[in-house]
Ligand binder design. Structure first.
Ligand SMILES: NC(=O)c1ccc[n+]([C@@H]2O[C@H](COP(=O)([O-])OP(=O)(O)OC[C@H]3O[C@@H](n4cnc5c(N)ncnc54)[C@H](OP(=O)(O)O)[C@@H]3O)[C@@H](O)[C@H]2O)c1
Length: 267
């Protein structure tokens, strides 16, 4: 399909972000959904916090839009602006995809964490039974935490700069998944099977330190970083140097594509 042909027949998905310059997922989702025969394009839109409510209301009236992605900083503030949330989005407390039904009704879902689990499975990583150290309890961290518990990890240890957020996440994941040992931790990775960075530390242009004590990584670990730019973060480089198995942010994003397509009703 010729991606230069955007017409009145084209189904449009927006992706609302602020800032918008770091957004790379629009190309991947456009290519993925077009590959299954849909006349579709995903367009990044730079929406500031003060205009989010107006943008969401406009989306209700945009009849050739199938929905919108939402990313930093809108994933949580968008919750009360929507008509409905999936059970998963309600539990996680944030949204990364909105579906617009033909009558304008807007429903929010969050497939960040499920995309992480799917990306791991596609890389041949079996998460069941692993002891996992998760760094980060922000929007993406919350989503990954619930998805790891759902995937049957044996132990989930959560570390976050703001401890209150880590404690709140520990308590909600334990309540939802009583079979998983969930507790708060620090940045020492010793003894874990897998380390997952779900903080924004390591993002291009940021030099705020490492999410985990790199000296505590060892060759038997799987090290995942959900940061997408740079592709190989300082954490992943250090993990590679130690001989660890790596999982990239891009694999998490790719893992979300089919889930987003199904949610948007474009299968
Ligand atoms: N690969 C993918 O498909 C995918 C999907 C979603 C997000 N992401 C990436 O994941 C990262 C996090 O996104 P998000 O939506 O969760 O953002 P967020 O809600 O703003 O959370 C940011 C997280 O990073 C921590 N953090 C930020 N600066 C820090 C610092 N200087 N020291 C220690 N911790 C710090 C925060 O800790 P506090 O709570 O203490 O502030 C929080 O845990 C971003 O890089 C985003 O691009 C990737």
């Amino acid at each position: 399909m010729d991606t230069r042909r955007i017409t009145g027949q084209t189904k449009i998905m927006l992706l609302m972000a602020d800032p918008v310059s770091h957004v790379v997922g629009t190309e991947a989702i456009t290519a993925f959904i077009r590959a299954s025969g849909h006349d579709f394009i995903c367009v990044p839109v730079h929406v500031g916090a003060q205009h989010l409510a107006a943008a969401i209301d406009a989306l209700r009236g945009f009849r050739n839009c199938v929905g919108s992605g939402v990313t930093i900083p809108h994933k949580i503030p968008v919750l009360p602006l929507l008509d409905e949330l999936t059970a998963r989005a309600r539990t996680i407390g944030s949204v990364n995809y909105i579906r617009r039904d033909p009558d304008g009704k807007l429903t929010g879902d969050n497939v960040d964490g499920s995309g992480f689990v799917r990306g791991a499975a596609e890389a041949g990583i079996e998460l069941g039974g692993l002891r996992v150290l998760l760094l980060g309890a922000g929007g993406a961290g919350r989503s990954v935490a619930f998805a790891l518990a759902e995937a049957g990890v044996a132990e989930l240890v959560i570390s976050n700069r703001n401890q209150g957020k880590a404690l709140a996440l520990v308590s909600s994941v334990s309540a939802a998944y009583p079979g998983v040992r969930v507790r708060i931790g620090d940045t020492d990775a010793s003894g874990f099977d897998m380390v997952v960075n779900a903080t924004s530390l390591g993002m291009a242009g940021k030099d705020d330190g490492d999410p985990v004590d790199l000296a505590t990584l060892s060759s038997d670990m799987i090290v995942a970083d959900i940061v997408m730019r740079p592709e190989k973060t300082r954490l992943l480089q250090a993990a590679e140097d130690k001989g660890c198995r790596l999982l990239f942010g891009r694999q998490m994003m790719d893992g979300q594509l089919a889930l987003a397509q199904a949610f948007l009703g474009l299968t």
